[in-house]
Design a protein around this ligand. Structure first.
Ligand code: GLA
Length: 384
């Protein structure tokens, strides 16, 4: 993939790229919509990447060419980078603006952006683009940032330049993930515990529904404010601090919908910690149960699933443990995108075929299904 990006760069700009960087997408095993509640998440990076091939130019312009969309964005870095078109360029613009805010000089550059991450598919392609950009700017402009500072800068870019009030999970994973490990991240202290995912008998399958429902972004912001409303009633800094008992006791003080949102977050935090433990002790039955419970909670209490995601989870649950499926749930923000399933390795081919056929039969759509081992975080492949 990097070789392809380098070749394309050479063809477009007449000389080989000076820098090559890659940042992975992620799949979240469990811990959904908990990150912006100071809670716990358990994602892993996947072997799908955004690669940027870049070279300096003598001007003050940045030229970005996206292989995926076929579009080119050109903008000036002086005095200050602003939002602009096309939409995807804002992830890059936002990160450059973040570096400028830190007082770092960003010179003009030309870049080719290659991706094996479906855009808008719930696998954190936007975070990967932000992190790839930040990794490139570190390589171009000198000392690397502290990884947590880098994740926060990328998150800020998404808040300010893309208008999505996301949590920290995606950027953090794309930077700090470790090969063969999931990352149990405490989103309050921003500390991580690596959870080995090396059992050869278990495979992570990612099922892309290939739907993206509108409203995803406005509903995301709405969920965030409902969680904040619940935390205010419960008089806690964030829902991370609330117990199921405290929530139950305050039930009448909040709107039913706010109660249900909080119930999801509080129970999901518990499930995430339990799942990390269960993976560590290879208690796959428990992991599977927690994944199905997570999905039910996201569907009924948090209301961020959709018919296509529910269909995938129903099919997987129908195949069940007897057919080699350990667990399945929607992953990421929701309203389309991907589901994640843990499957016995010896049943992967059979399960993939069964999911594929049943999904098409029930929805009239084609799913994309692939497996991934946990990948390492972003890195510089070539520098100077
Ligand atoms: C999106 C956001 C993350 C997280 C998930 C839901 O991926 O970018 O910060 O909130 O949704 O868990």
């Amino acid at each position: 993939m990097a070789g392809r990006a380098a070749q394309l760069f050479t063809r477009c700009f007449g000389h080989p790229p000076r820098w090559l960087v890659a940042a992975p997408g992620r799949v979240n095993l469990i811990g959904e919509h908990t990150d912006y509640n100071d809670g716990f998440v358990l994602p892993m990076a996947i072997r799908r990447y955004i690669v940027i091939a870049a070279g300096a130019n003598s001007g003050r312009q940045v030229t970005l060419h996206s292989v995926t969309t076929g579009e080119t964005a050109t903008f000036s870095v002086r005095p200050k980078v602003e939002r602009g078109e096309p939409g995807w360029s804002n992830y890059v613009r936002g990160v450059i603006a973040g570096f400028q805010k830190l007082g770092k000089k960003v010179a003009g550059f030309d870049a080719i952006i290659e991706s094996t991450l479906p855009f808008g598919g719930g696998l954190a392609s936007s975070a990967a683009l932000e992190v790839a950009t930040a990794t490139l700017l570190e390589a171009m402009a000198g000392p690397a940032l502290d990884p947590v500072e880098k994740a926060l800068l990328c998150q800020q870019a998404e808040h300010e330049f893309a208008g999505v009030p996301c949590g920290i999970m995606d950027q953090f994973t794309s930077i700090l993930a470790q090969e063969d490990h999931a990352l149990l991240l405490d989103c309050r202290s921003r500390t991580t515990t690596s959870v080995a995912m090396t059992d050869p008998a278990v495979t992570v399958l990612i099922i892309n529904t290939n739907v993206r429902h509108k409203l995803a972004e406005s509903e995301y912001a709405k969920r965030r404010s409902q969680c904040e409303a619940a935390a205010r009633v419960l008089k806690v800094a964030a829902l991370r601090d609330a117990t199921p008992e405290a929530l139950e006791a305050a039930r009448r003080q909040m709107e039913p919908v706010v109660f249900r949102r909080a119930r999801h977050v509080i129970s999901e935090n518990q499930r995430t910690l339990q799942a990390a433990q269960a993976i560590q002790s290879s208690d796959w039955d428990a992991v599977g149960r927690l994944m199905y419970d997570s999905h039910r909670s996201l569907r009924e209490d948090y209301e961020v699933s959709c018919p296509e995601l529910d269909t995938v989870v129903d099919i997987a649950q129908g195949i069940g443990a007897a057919g080699g499926v350990i667990g399945c749930r929607m992953t990421g923000g929701g309203f389309g995108g991907c589901a994640v399933s843990l499957v016995r390795t010896d049943a992967v081919q059979r399960t993939t075929r069964a999911l594929d056929m049943a999904y098409e039969k029930k929805t009239g759509r084609q799913a994309n299904i692939f497996s991934s081992r946990p990948a390492a975080g972003a890195r510089v492949l070539k520098s100077g």
